[in-house]
Design a protein around this ligand. Sequence first.
Ligand SMILES: N[C@@H](CCC(=O)N[C@@H](CS)C(=O)NCC(=O)O)C(=O)O
Length: 306
Amino acid sequence: MHFALLLGVCAAARRDAFDLFAEGSYGSSTPVIVRSGNNPHAKITYLTLRGLADLPVLMMEFTGLPYHATYLGREQMKEVKHKFPLGRVPVLELDGVTIAQSASIVRHIAATTELMPQEHELKAKVDMMFETVQELFADKWFDSDSIKEQHNSGSGFENLEVITRFSAIGNNGKVAATGVETTPLEKTLSILATFEDILEEGDRYDVWLVGKHPTYADLALFLKLEAKVELPLKLGEKMLGLALPFPKLSALQEEIRNHPNVQSYFNSGRRMPRVQKRANDDGSGHDYYYVDLPPLPEAAKHGGEL
Ligand SMILES: N[C@@H](CCC(=O)N[C@@H](CS)C(=O)NCC(=O)O)C(=O)O
């Protein structure tokens, strides 16, 4: 499939998209328009950062659904938020329907593509998995500020003990039934180990959470794992990233990461960069700074079309 790409800037003067992100924070950014395909079925609006549009956009890229995305900077968002159904983004326009709420958007895209099964029973099972994925790493315990605090208080040894315990009882250990979930870390590890069990029990020739085809629940799980699979721990004076020892989950992750559409998306510059909160750098509160700039192709760097 040929993806046309235009990474342009809706400002009076066209500016270099790379500079746009490199110059600093989400607060200082102007809108970015990404076009994937000439006749978009879908239009999505979000902010110039990775976040709640990441999964909807990945689903469209994965299935080859042509879309246009408009990513807004903070000032532009203020100007146009009154036009959105709930005053918030992401917002999706698809087949004449305009909807907000990222999870509703995910289901709407899934129902339009092959990422949602047709059968009622399978549909319900996929949604059950999706809702459970949403709970992963959701607690503030996993936020970068909290991780810093844990670093300072030296609680990494306790975390290591918990991770070791859960990796030992994963792999068909029926973790969900053992009743050992009290802390946010235990809850998340319990879900991961339960997913590992479910994948282990499935058909040995497929890697998906439900049935024989990838669904929105698999893509949601993939993004969560990509973002947080390394749990930071403090061991002695060092901060370490510990990879989770769940082989079936890793296989699912690999399968999606190596999908040609996903590879082409990640290398295209169409994905918004991540941001990191930095407190009070300029005395005016906190802002969100870009931490991993997308690999923009040469032509896109100059606002060109591919
Ligand atoms: N639960 C909603 C949350 C939507 C939301 O809070 N969006 C934020 C951006 S992540 C927003 O629109 N903020 C801008 C504003 O409120 O002006 C969802 O999942 O879509």
